[in-house]
Design a protein around this ligand. Structure first.
Ligand code: NAI
Ligand code: MG
Length: 397
């Protein structure tokens, strides 16, 4: 078989620590690949005024599959302040490279699985009848629309004339916002298109069908956000009726869903949501199964696909030597990559090895021991990032 080429984008902070660990596991499982390093992140914003250099885009276009660690984003004023002196005042504007990558390659389908590992001391527990303790087994796949909605980037402070005039044609705007001086007005849009809304809902239905599940939950707020959430729910209901008669649509509101998260999370297996609500709900579910150290994701487009942990660059831990952070989220993201390229057997072996390490409970990173992240965590029995990877590799069958 020809060797795959994987574009490896460690990015910033702990992205650098965890990506190399996932490559160690991929090597150990016998996945034959060349990893080409690609530049992304804050360093390239500061040095070049571009956190996602064209050379990185070229590599992704050529090789189609990327593994991504994490990037650091900072607010507008900090971004300008840290730019190289020769680039300052030249009109460079910082944007999040991962958001830009999702939009550039139409990585519109974001999948975020949240599945309980038995024995994980971070698992959510609740009180059951007669004061019993229950530890529900959660197995939820969240489908998050990844390119549109509130993260679409169409926004203004002090909107230009045409935008302002258009807004003034809306009755509600005129009634409720016309009093505000324009320079004090900030507008972020929430644009959804039928095409991409249909694609994410379709992906959710297909997943449910493959897994033999009979419900897809649309988690939005259609009673208030009538146009966009309303469109999403309507498309899902029509799709259920016309194409998947055995799969019913359940409709939950994002706020209520966050409350139900701790009541009956095990009853949700497939959730579909727009960009920001999908981001929120997936973090909520991740909290039930071990938090950011366990939360993996796939960003899948028609051609390119990028796999990443959902955590960020955790800058305060980046320089710890040895590294303390949990590599499992990144390792599970690389499992999702293997599944995407039909290397299911290798993906399963890695997944089972992670499950075995967690169940055994001998090796735990600081987060799994509920310690706060300090360099002294090792004296309290925490494993290093490398030790966790080593334990997973040792369990590969
Ligand atoms: P973060 O996810 O980097 O860290 C939050 C906290 O979660 C950390 O302080 C740590 O306690 C814990 N944590 C994260 N990853 C962990 C791991 N692998 N093992 C153990 N514990 C872990 O989020 P934060 O602090 O809000 O953001 C830091 C930077 O990352 C910001 O610049 C932000 O913009 C960026 N970010 C980037 C993302 C991406 O690259 N996709 C996603 C989220 C944030
Ligand atoms: Mg998030």
């Amino acid at each position: 078989m020809t060797k795959r080429t994987i574009v490896a984008m460690p990015g910033d902070g702990i992205g650098k620590n965890v990506l190399k660990e996932s490559v160690r596991v991929l090597d150990a499982v016998g996945f034959e690949a060349n990893y080409i390093h690609a530049d992304i992140g804050w360093e390239f914003w500061c040095k070049e005024g571009n956190p996602l250099p064209d050379r990185t885009l070229k590599l992704l276009e050529e090789h189609k599959i990327g593994l991504f660690g994490a990037i650091t984003s900072k607010p507008k004023d900090k971004a300008e302040a840290e730019l190289a002196p020769e680039l300052k005042g030249k009109g460079y504007i910082y944007y999040s490279p991962i958001v830009a990558m999702r939009q550039k390659y139409d990585l519109d389908i974001c999948m975020r699985p949240c599945k309980t590992f038995k024995g994980n001391t971070l698992n959510f527990i609740r009180r059951g009848p007669n004061n019993t303790i229950e530890e529900p087994e959660i197995d939820t796949m969240i489908f998050r629309q990844n390119t549109e909605g509130l993260y679409g980037g169409v926004e203004w402070t002090n909107p230009p004339d045409q935008v302002y005039d258009a807004l003034m044609t809306h009755k509600k705007f005129k009634e409720n916002f016309a009093w505000c001086p324009r320079p004090e007005l900030a507008v972020s849009t929430r644009i959804l298109t039928k095409k991409y809304t249909t694609r994410i809902i379709k992906a959710a239905f297909e997943y449910a069908k493959t897994k033999g599940l009979n419900t897809v939950t649309v988690c939005e707020k259609p009673n208030v956000i009538r146009e966009t959430s309303g469109m999403m729910l309507r498309i899902a209901q029509e799709m259920s009726k016309n194409e998947y008669p055995d799969i019913k649509v359940q409709d939950t509101n994002i706020d209520a869903q966050m409350m139900w998260l701790t009541k009956n999370p095990e009853t949700y297996n497939v959730i579909v949501a727009s960009n920001m609500f999908g981001d929120i709900i997936s973090d909520g579910f991740a909290g039930l199964i071990g938090g950011l150290g366990f939360a993996c994701s796939a960003n899948i487009g028609p051609e390119v696909a990028v796999f990443e942990p959902t955590h960020g660059s955790a800058p305060k831990y980046a320089e710890f030597n040895p590294s303390i952070v949990n590599p499992i989220a990144m390792i599970l993201s690389s499992c999702m990559m293997l599944e995407h390229i039909c290397e299911n057997e290798k993906a399963e072996r890695i997944y089972n090895a992670v499950a075995a390490v967690v169940l055994e409970g001998k090796i735990k990173t600081y987060d799994m021991k509920k310690l706060s992240g300090n360099p002294d965590v090792f004296s309290k029995g925490a494993a290093t990032t490398e030790q966790m990877t080593g334990a997973i590799i040792a369990k590969l069958k």
